[in-house]
Design a binder for this molecule. Structure first.
Ligand code: ADP
Ligand code: MG
Length: 343
């Protein structure tokens, strides 16, 4: 009897195991460590040859590294004007930049309007003060708070209207000499979206891009299934939810990602433009939507507003699903997330 049961069990399980082994054998992975100060991964489930995969990775890498350079606010690169150039010449000169950067800046302005100023790339003067103190503290360790007067003074130089864009001449001018741009809240998602579109134009799908945790699922697996992706528990090890996605991006803003401590209290890197201090509504906000740039921009914005406001914003948009986790561990989610979670 036992042998018979074992035989039946093996008959059912073995093909499944073989299937998943076969699928795993077909999955190709390439990692990059020199983009956006994080780890980026390209995965193919398409079953393409090594040569095809290498070519597709080159396409992705070329796009990502172009945006990496354009968005860099710390270094300038020979032959191009980037955001570091734009910031350096604030109040002084209008800077000619790549049309790619102009399109991005226009998008970021739209995001400012959409999020009622919660995701504001002109917040650089404020985030710079927090960044300075976080860097001074050792790796998540003890440090000090930025001076509150300096924060208030910096906040006077964060007007998005002072980012003057001329699309026809491809120039950008920061009208306020004290202002600076910081695109950390949108940059990775936007770059991933652009890389995705490059692949799509080549007719490629069944790929997953992961730019430092910003996941961009292009199409679905050849089997027609989606990819299971998990949302980290912001308060400990493991995961709080796992959903299956296809043709969707998934981006989390969390208070556990980058932080330091002052007198035992944690201060993270997402700044509420109203208080000028790290936002306290949530421990993490995860956004699922097709456009990776929107997912990134919204995750930061929703992190900086109470649930009621965020819920209102989301219900005005199509195809956006969200999982909010509060500091006490309470979860709020849109209908789509609860449906996907239970599948
Ligand atoms: P992560 O960078 O961890 O993916 P986010 O997408 O939420 O997380 O972006 C946070 C980054 O965006 C910060 O490190 C900072 O550079 C910048 N930033 C912080 N607060 C804001 C804000 N309110 N608006 C725009 N940018 C912000
Ligand atoms: Mg973001």
């Amino acid at each position: 009897m036992r042998t018979k049961l074992l035989a039946i069990f093996l008959l059912i399980i073995l093909p499944l195991l073989m299937l998943s082994c076969e699928e795993n054998a077909r999955v190709k992975t390439q990692e990059y460590y020199d983009l956006f100060n994080t780890v980026s991964t390209v995965q193919s489930y398409l079953g393409d040859t090594d040569e095809e995969f290498d070519e597709n990775c080159d396409t992705v890498y070329t796009t990502l590294s172009e945006y990496h350079k354009l968005f860099d606010i710390y270094y300038e690169y020979a032959g191009i004007n980037n955001l570091a150039t734009v910031n350096r010449l604030a109040g002084r000169e209008s800077v000619e930049v790549s049309p790619l950067l102009i399109d991005f800046l226009l998008y970021a302005k739209d995001i400012y309007s959409l999020t009622d100023g919660k995701t504001n790339i002109a917040i650089g003067a404020v985030t710079k003060l927090w960044h300075g103190e976080r860097e001074a503290a050792e790796d998540g360790g003890e440090g000090k708070l930025p001076d509150s007067k300096l924060l208030a003074e910096a906040a006077r130089h964060t007007s998005i209207d002072d980012v003057i864009i001329d699309k026809a001449s491809c120039t950008v001018f920061l009208r306020d000499p004290e202002m600076s741009l910081d695109v950390g809240a949108i940059g990775k998602g936007y770059a991933a979206e652009m890389a995705k579109r490059e692949l799509e134009q080549l007719g490629i799908s069944s790929y997953v891009l992961n730019i430092g945790g910003n996941i961009c699922a292009i199409g679905e697996k050849p089997s027609g299934e989606g990819w299971r992706t998990s949302v980290r528990n912001p308060h400990g090890n493991g995961y709080v939810a796992s959903v299956v996605i296809s043709n969707t991006s998934c981006v989390t803003s969390g208070d556990y990602e980058r932080y330091y401590t002052v007198e035992g209290v944690r201060y993270h890197h997402i700044i509420d433009p109203e208080t000028l201090y790290p936002a306290e509504y949530f421990s993490s906000v995860t956004v699922f939507t097709e456009n990776s740039a929107l997912a990134d921009a919204l995750s930061t914005a929703l992190f900086c507003m109470p649930y009621s406001e965020g819920e209102k914003l989301i219900s005005s948009l199509d195809g956006v699903e969200v999982l909010w986790i509060t500091p006490s561990g309470e979860q709020f989610m849109t209908e789509g997330v609860s449906k996907l979670k239970s599948e």
